[in-house]
Design a protein around this ligand. Sequence first.
Ligand code: ADP
Length: 181
Amino acid sequence: MKEKAIDGKVIRVLQGDITEQEVDAIVNAANSKLLGGGGVDGAIHRAGGGEIMKECDLIRKEQGGCPTGQAVATTAGKLSADYVIHTAGPVWTGGDRGEDYLLGSCHRESIRIAGEKGCISMAFPGISIGAYRFPTERAAGIAIETAAEELEKSSLEEVRFVLFDSKSYDIYAQALDKLEK
Ligand code: ADP
């Protein structure tokens, strides 16, 4: 585990399973239709149970889903968190279709919504670094820098990044080291 204090708040990077985190909100690397899928999305729906998809179905009916770069909150069902914040990360297609901006926006919007819900702590997986193939070093830099900027303005006290495999953990931990704060 690696952590850095920012104005009395903290960013942590750790290796583990996001569904087991004891935080107020966990972020899901969803798709824009909120239909569930493999990877971390599948793991969150399995562990949290059917209540989460029921709320995703409602959001899909009301607003069509969640555009890339945006985020929406649902219950966390059986998970220990109070909320799952679903964000649709960009698919990496070479970097010239606004992928960096959209990935930053996923983190900004998720942190903003967690703050609105009164959360004190939240956990992110590596958004877009799996099936969506965003280069991990680049994603880690954007994720950590955006979290640091937003944390300063937010009522949140902790933003945690939970990476499943040791290689991704090392890369996010290095990005936290590089953060100039
Ligand atoms: P995306 O489609 O946004 O790329 P993926 O779910 O394919 O999302 O992958 C994002 C990252 O989440 C990958 O590094 C994957 O290994 C990781 N992951 C998968 N399951 C879990 C889990 N239970 N907890 C934390 N991270 C997970």
